[in-house]
Write a protein of this length. Sequence first.
Length: 310
Amino acid sequence: MNPIFSIIAPIFNEYDNLPELYRRVGQVMDSTGEPWELVLVDDGSRDRSTERILELARQDQRVRPVIFARNFGHQIAVTAGLDYARGQAVTIIDADLQDPPEVILDLIARWREGYEVVYATRSEREGETWFKLFTAKLFYKLIYRITDVSIPEDTGDFRLLDRKVVDVIKQMRERHRFLRGMSVWVGFRQTGVTYKRAARFAGETKYPLKKMLKFAGDAITGFSYFPLQLATYLGFIAAGLSIVAIPLVIILRLANTLHALTGQATTLIAVLFLGGVQLISLGILGEYIGRIYDEVKGRPLYIVRQAPQD
Ligand code: UDP
Ligand code: MG
């Protein structure tokens, strides 16, 4: 029989967090009195997390292990979790216990009221560096401004999705994924609850700056053409400037009042400026084309070394 609730946790080198995650999720879910499962997706861990996940699965049938062949990234790991989850209400949670499992009960309460997407918004964040807080803030502001979907600020992947929503998202096989955008894009009845984001239970962040930038890139390109339009705007601004500037310079030259705007330096600056703008625009084009190329190849999103038996 399928469980009512599925909890999905992506795991990348979370050896020290796994027992506590299992214990706290178990405690919370048992209190609902309904059947549940915990889908642990091992995203190519290099510590002994894999063994620990399989060990938990041996002890408890409700733990479903999905073991990746290599590291595919957080968003892909969550996607695999959605593919393997069987519950009527599916909750995505971080394995480091920054999202307190106790909040799942609040999410479930709203789901029972009839909401199909219940996201958890951070009212406070503990144990994060100012750099992480600052970049995260900037990221959410930017995303909110330039994308077509209104993604709630300060909201991560910690959320509950109804089976209907999961089935829709499962059909969206895009490679560069921004799940929090996708789960808004689908529509349905959405609501949020607030919670205090805790510090990591053990270990350190698996999101170094490089991964954060890639994530931001996927979020923006996945939901907005704004960067592409930026090139158009810049082009119009540069062309507009020259339309005003060219006659102005001619007139000033004829009036023989202008000596400052002569010589190599002016030319050099103009060439460097336009060269820079053009290269940046090309780079932006490249970002989109690279992603198109990835999609066109149509490779599977992830490769599983070991899937749950049932
Ligand atoms: N994670 C993953 N694959 C990765 C990086 C992270 O599955 O390549 C998992 C990680 O184990 C954790 C979740 O994604 O469960 C969130 O990562 P983390 O806590 O490092 O991110 P932060 O909270 O610092 O943004
Ligand atoms: Mg974390």
